[in-house]
Write a protein that binds this ligand. Structure first.
Ligand SMILES: NC(=O)C1=CN([C@@H]2O[C@H](COP(=O)(O)OP(=O)(O)OC[C@H]3O[C@@H](n4cnc5c(N)ncnc54)[C@H](O)[C@@H]3O)[C@@H](O)[C@H]2O)C=CC1
Ligand SMILES: O=C(O)CCC(=O)C(=O)O
Length: 444
């Protein structure tokens, strides 16, 4: 049996009931076959792939807090410190009822390669809890965040592990967590990114993942003789990534016609009104029905259906496995020519293969959404030098990083005879740097 198949089998056997983690490992290792085969004996002897798929460390902890009725609630918190070969662990904190160890491991594993692709010195990690901030009062969210950080603060630090936002963790949650870290540890340091501007946050971090997605998509289209100008775009999600993806897409001349949340979706034939969307989602934390009420050109539909609307470019920006094989067939039948992942692993393996086989340009999340973590690393640099850079400076660096990422993965795919396979290109380019650093540092 090949080394790749052997390791995939072990991952499935040793991590039962973690399907998302299996999926992420399969996607990466399958596309690394050629690279692994070229070094099979050495990699096998050094158990390189086993070390890569086993987190360096993982924490699971109790998070008790008191709700507004005086009732004690108990959630489970996680932090997986996956790989520190190229820098301190870096990756967000997801707060969502679906969170479990397998989901955090899939996200942490993806983060290793994504962070490597940014070209910046950050290792891979991820964390979160099965807590749902939706419908909670600010006091309840604060109580949860303080309890969560009371435990997490033992394992993180500006040069050790630097968490950030993800689904359910935005500026409010980061603020409460930062306050509690400072209170317990007694140090004012850049231990979290995505902070508010008044206490060490970076300009453009809020916009970075969505903007970065569009910078990379723009470059991918240009290099393939296409353009965003006048393109029709379908976006899923309506959170941080989706909102700023829609904003940048419109700035680049495209028309975004859909957004969604976990209960329904919007089709707005005149194009999404981003200011209204921000007001509904960021300010009021309301449902998309509020958007439809305020916008005559918008239709609200229950359930899922974003990918049924004909579009040129699809940008899944909500959550994992939200674009399946049926969606992929519908997109292809409707003439879609590019899919770029704003979310982490939003496309199933089967759907990804279908899109690629049908010559639809496909940019995987670990490359396309890397602008968020890249800008987090820029926030870390600003915190270290106790300076703040202008919006233009950060945005300019972000743009360069995304264009470079695209060319690195394009080159890596070409080097291994897989031109146009950006999934393989991203995995290879991300892997090469990590392996080089792991090898140089000995058996650790
Ligand atoms: N915020 C960031 O900087 C980065 C986020 N990501 C990824 O982007 C995705 C979105 O994250 P954010 O926008 O930050 O989160 P968010 O919490 O701001 O928004 C999440 C959005 O996804 C929707 N959603 C969640 N579960 C859903 C479901 N089961 N069905 C349909 N919609 C669902 C929510 O309604 C919301 O609109 C996630 O996959 C996250 O891991 C990736 C890189 C960086
Ligand atoms: O900004 C960060 O450190 C983390 C972003 C993140 O969680 C992600 O890239 O999925």
């Amino acid at each position: 049996m090949s080394y790749v198949d052997e390791v995939i089998e072990k991952v499935v056997a040793q991590n039962p009931a973690e399907p998302e983690f299996h999926q992420a490992v399969k996607e990466v290792l399958e596309s690394l076959r050629a690279v692994v085969e070229a070094n099979e004996e050495k990699f096998r002897k050094e158990a390189l792939l086993e070390r890569l798929v086993n987190p360096e460390r993982q924490f699971k902890f109790r998070v008790p807090w008191v709700d507004d009725n005086g009732q004690v609630q108990v959630n489970t918190g996680y932090r997986v410190q996956f790989n520190s070969a190229i820098g301190p662990y870096k990756g967000g904190l997801r707060l969502h009822p679906s969170v479990n160890l397998g989901i955090i491991k899939f996200l942490g594993f993806e983060q290793i390669f994504k962070n490597s692709l940014t070209g910046l010195p950050i290792g891979g990690g991820k964390g979160g809890a099965d807590f749902d901030p939706k419908g909670k009062s600010d006091r309840e969210v604060m109580a949860f965040c303080q309890s969560f950080m009371t435990e997490l603060c033992k394992y993180i630090g500006a040069d050790t592990d630097v968490p950030a936002g993800d689904i359910g963790t935005g500026a409010r949650e980061i603020g409460y967590m930062f306050g509690q870290y400072k209170r317990i540890r007694g140090v004012y340091e850049g231990v979290l990114t995505g902070k508010g501007l008044s206490y060490g946050g970076s300009l453009a971090r809020t916009e970075a993942t969505g903007y970065g997605l569009l910078y990379l998509t723009d470059e991918m289209l240009k290099c393939n003789g296409k353009s965003l100008k006048d393109a029709t775009i379908c976006i899923s999600g309506s959170g941080n990534v989706a909102i700023y993806a829609a904003q940048k897409a419109q700035q680049l001349g495209a028309k975004v016609v859909t957004v969604s949340d976990s209960t329904g979706w919007i089709y707005d034939k005149d194009g999404i009104d981003v200011d209204l969307l921000k007001d509904v989602k960021e300010v009021k934390r309301a449902r998309l029905t509020e958007y439809a009420k305020a916008r005559p050109s918008a239709e609200y539909h229950e359930g899922r259906g974003v990918w049924t609307i004909p579009c040129d470019v699809a940008l899944p920006c909500a959550t994992q496995n939200e674009l399946d094989i049926e969606d992929a067939k519908t997109l292809a039948a409707n003439g879609c020519f590019a899919v770029a992942e704003g979310a982490n692993m939003p496309t199933t393996l089967e759907a990804t293969e279908y899109l690629q086989a049908n010559n639809i340009l496909f940019a995987p999340g670990k490359a396309a959404n890397a602008g968020g973590v890249a800008t987090s690393a820029l926030e870390m640099s600003q915190n270290s030098e106790r300076l703040s850079w202008s919006f233009e400076e950060v945005d300019g660096k972000l743009q360069n990083i995304m264009v470079n990422i695209f060319h690195n993965l394009d080159d890596a795919a070409k080097r291994y005879g897989m031109e146009g396979n950006y999934v393989a290109g991203a995995n290879i380019a991300g892997f090469e740097k990590v392996v080089d650093a792991m090898t140089a540092q000995g058996i650790v």
